[in-house]
Every structure is written in structure tokens, then in C-alpha cells.
Design a protein around this ligand. Structure first.
Ligand code: PBG
Length: 325
């Protein structure tokens, strides 16, 4: 009689499970997204993301320092301007005294090359209509006019010390336009973390509160349709050809097949963004006692690594980095 083959043998003790684990999770692979807001006297908790704050510049400095000391791989900054400073072209985005560029300079001074400072390169936080680009006369997002704005915003962020720029607006040609402009201005060491395959997702809901978004309607003319897989590979190939240094898939949890597909064709590091809705769902279910919070967080991150992401943006970056070390 042939013996019973027993895969369970390797699961029989915690030490054996640790020995044979295929996927690892390390603090350096986690990037912390952070929000810095104008016009606050004190940090403000985002009600749909309990535990995540809109920072003042002071509280941002402290939280950034804690994250870096916990060993996270980098920080991704989002700016939240005053409502009165928003306009049709998002001029706060490339103003040197805009909230995001000011915060970048402060963190560059504080942290220098002790971390990798990244910036969201997108207009939606700065426009009064809330779209990621500028609008044409018919109210549609004008791709090529938006590229000019992204170029200007990129140069301001590079001047302010960002090491990696994160164009997240899904405009065609955005990576090439930004790369060319950076090189022409001598910022050859400033890299691009391209949101290459970014889907129009209902799970961004809490983020819209986080950045005080003015958006009416949706982003379906520029972000991808969740039905599509092959299209993601096309988007990624284009960004690689245009000079992306890192490519990102977003969201993570509902798109792990895309993370795997992208990992298979990419010859640059692959990142995935565990977005606001993913954070809020686990947080809410855990608050009700329906799931084990800490285990669910680790499982969600390990699964994203297993799918093929070597870098994960997560609002739990500091907490998990501390837990892992
Ligand atoms: C756009 C941007 C969004 C997120 C990051 N960059 C929102 C959107 O596309 O509507 C979402 C992040 C999250 O949900 O955590 N600048």
C-alpha cells in the first residue's frame, strides 16, 4: 500500500511553519501614506479611517520620525489644502508654498536620505471640482493639458526634496512627460513610482474624506474598469517603456490577480496599495468583534506579498513594522 502523503506534517508546529514559510514580510517593504493639511490647529482624525490622521506640519514631523525609526521603507505624502485655496487648475499643487511642497521641504530637512520621501503627483486634492486633471470646455478631463500641470507639479516636488514621485492620475503619457521634464531640469535622480494599473474603485471612499475631496461623479474616464485584466498589462508595459522606476497596482485586495500578472512581466519592482477602504473594512469589522484585527492585517499584507508585490503602501506601516521587529 502506498503511504498516505501528509502535507500536514510540515504544519504541525509553529517552528516548522516558520521554517517552510514561502513569503516574508519586512518593515522595509512597507510604505506609510500620510496626509498633511493646511489650516489645522491640531491633527484631526479621519472619521471613516479610525487611527489615521490629517496632520499639521508639526504632527507630521513626529509621525514621520516614528515611522522611520520603526524601519518603514518610505513615506508617501498627500496634501490637503484649505478649501478656499482650491481652484480649477489645482494651482496649490505646484506652488512652492502649497501645503504638500512645504511639508516635503520640512521632512527633507528632518530626515534627508534616512528614508525615501515620496509625493502623490496628482491634482485631485487641489482642484475645486475634485478631478485628477484639468477640464476642457465640455467639462471632460483634458489629458494633454493635464500633463502640463503634472510636469509643473513634478518639478515643484523634486525641488522640495521628493525622491520618488507618484503620478496617480492615470493620464496617458504621464510617466514620459514627467521623466522628460525631470531629466531636462537636471533631476535625474528623482524617480517615478507609477500608479500603472489603477482601477476606478468604490473602496477609495474613505480617502475622499481623508483629502476633503470635492469630487462629484466618478473617475471612470481615466481609471480602469474592474472588469479588465489585459488592459492592466498594457498600462504597465507603457509605463515601463516611458521610464517608470517602480510600477504600482491599486487597490490591492480585490486586484491580487493583477499584482501577480504585473509581477510576471515587470523588470522593475512592483508595489501594491492597500487603500483606504481596505483599511476601513478591517478596522470596522474588528471593532465589532467580527474578525481578529491583528491577524487580518498580517494576512492581508502577506497575501499581497505572495501575489508578487515587493513594496506595499499601507496605513498600518508603522504599527506593523514595530510588530515585525
Ligand atoms: C488620487 C488618489 C486616490 C488615492 C490615492 N491617490 C483617490 C482616487 O483615485 O480617487 C486613494 C488612496 C486610498 O483610497 O487609500 N490622487
Amino acid at each position: 500500500m502506498a503511504p498516505v502523503i501528509r502535507p500536514r506534517r510540515l504544519r504541525s508546529t509553529a517552528a516548522l511553519r516558520r521554517l517552510v514559510a514561502e513569503t516574508t514580510l519586512a518593515p522595509r517593504q512597507l510604505v506609510l501614506p500620510m496626509f498633511v493639511a493646511d489650516g489645522l490647529d491640531a491633527p484631526r482624525e479621519i472619521s471613516s479611517m479610525p487611527g489615521v490622521l490629517q496632520h499639521t506640519v508639526d504632527s507630521l514631523r513626529k509621525a514621520a520620525d516614528e515611522a522611520v525609526r520603526a524601519g518603514v521603507g518610505g513615506l508617501m505624502l498627500f496634501g490637503v489644502p484649505d478649501e478656499k485655496d482650491k481652484d480649477a487648475t489645482g494651482s496649490g499643487a505646484d506652488a512652492d508654498d502649497g501645503v504638500l511642497n512645504r511639508a516635503l521641504r520640512v521632512l527633507t530637512d528632518d530626515l534627508g536620505d534616512d528614508t525615501v520621501l515620496m509625493a502623490d503627483t496628482c491634482l485631485d486634492e487641489f482642484t475645486d471640482h475634485g478631478h485628477c486633471g484639468v477640464l476642457d470646455a465640455a467639462g471632460r478631463v483634458d489629458n494633454d493639458a493635464t500633463l502640463d500641470r503634472y510636469v509643473s507639479m513634478s518639478l515643484a516636488q523634486a525641488r522640495s526634496g521628493a525622491r520618488l514621485l507618484g503620478p496617480s492620475g492615470m493620464m496617458d503619457g504621464q510617466v514620459a512627460a514627467i521623466r522628460t521634464a525631470l531629466d531636462d531640469a537636471g533631476f535625474t535622480d528623482t524617480g517615478i513610482l507609477a500608479y500603472a494599473a489603477k482601477y476606478a474603485s468604490a473602496f477609495y471612499g474613505p480617502f475622499r474624506e481623508a483629502v476633503g475631496s470635492s469630487l462629484q461623479g466618478d473617475r471612470r474616464t481615466y481609471q480602469q474598469d474592474s472588469a479588465n485584466r489585459i488592459e492592466a498589462l498594457r498600462e504597465v508595459r507603457l509605463d515601463l517603456d516611458e521610464g517608470a522606476d517602480i510600477v504600482m497596482v491599486k487597490p490591492a485586495m480585490s486586484y491580487l490577480d493583477i499584482v501577480r500578472d504585473v509581477a510576471e512581466i515587470s523588470d522593475v519592482p512592483v508595489a501594491a496599495y492597500q487603500i483606504s477602504g481596505e483599511y476601513s473594512m478591517i478596522t470596522a469589522a474588528a471593532e465589532r468583534g467580527w474578525i481578529d484585527r491583528d491577524a487580518a492585517i498580517l494576512e492581508s499584507l502577506t497575501s499581497t506579498r505572495r501575489a508578487g508585490a515587493s513594496i506595499i503602501l499601507t496605513y498600518w506601516a508603522t504599527e506593523v513594522a514595530l510588530r515585525l521587529s
